[in-house]
Design a protein around this ligand. Structure first.
Ligand code: DC
Length: 218
């Protein structure tokens, strides 16, 4: 059994997917981490993210692997564990910019499908229900208003003591949404058979419960 969770940046997909997978004893697969791992390669090698040919030509030199250590997903870039290096804004923006290229997506497609073939997974991303796992038993489209996502991000950064501007954060979220929803290949959109969940006024427990209920109905 496979569960697909798609939605825009900052909707809480990874937090929720982790909880749901723990409750079910499934493996959590974070596909955004794979795009981020490739993005880290482009940044380290000064490959211009706006140059599709340069990005595509470099792909033969990139290997992305996934390992599970104590139930946690680790990503390996050419054999190096880069899990703790891919969470920066810089890497996220590069991932968003380069994930629109067909060659980049093609490179990760089989890796993602293969994981879902071998194990029961909760997989989160942008195109899991539409493209990667069209036959997933349960599909969730998890979203929240820009206001709510911005507020969560703002509070997260403040708690870490990082100086930030609420309006700028909202603008970044809107820009990322636009890019992810308007690319030609596998844009972010709700699969026809996905369950739409707006978490703007829900807490983590409520969202987790709503998804578990949905799964139990199946
Ligand atoms: O979920 P995230 O922020 O870690 O994802 C980073 C970027 O990767 C996101 O802006 C778009 C891209 N991505 C994608 O195109 N398809 C996926 N299945 C997951 C992520």
């Amino acid at each position: 059994m496979n569960i697909a969770i798609d939605g825009p940046a900052g909707a809480g997909k990874s937090t929720i997917a982790k909880r749901v997978s723990k409750k079910l004893g499934y493996v959590y697969v974070d596909t955004g981490a794979m795009y981020r791992t490739m993005a880290l390669y482009f940044l380290r090698n000064q490959i211009d993210g706006s140059d599709e040919k340069a990005v595509s030509d470099s792909l033969d030199a990139v290997s992305v692997e996934i390992r599970y250590v104590d139930g946690e997903q680790k990503v390996l870039l050419n054999g190096e564990d880069v899990t703790s290096l891919i969470r920066t804004e810089e890497v996220g923006n590069m991932a968003s910019a380069t994930s629109k290229y067909p060659a980049v997506r093609a490179k990760l497609l089989e890796l993602q499908r293969d994981l879902a073939r071998k194990m029961d997974v909760v997989m989160d991303g942008r195109d899991i229900g539409t493209t990667i796992l069209p036959d997933a038993e349960v599909k969730i489209y998890l979203t929240a208003s820009v206001e709510a996502r911005g507020k969560r991000r703002f509070e997260e950064l403040q708690a870490k003591g990082v100086a930030c501007d609420f309006e700028q954060i909202k603008k970044d979220i809107e820009d990322r949404d636009y890019r992810d929803m308007h690319r030609e290949v596998s844009p972010l959109k709700q699969a026809e058979d996905a369950y739409y969940l707006d978490s703007s006024d829900m807490n983590i427990e409520e969202v987790t419960e709503a998804i578990i209920n949905r799964i139990n109905e199946r």
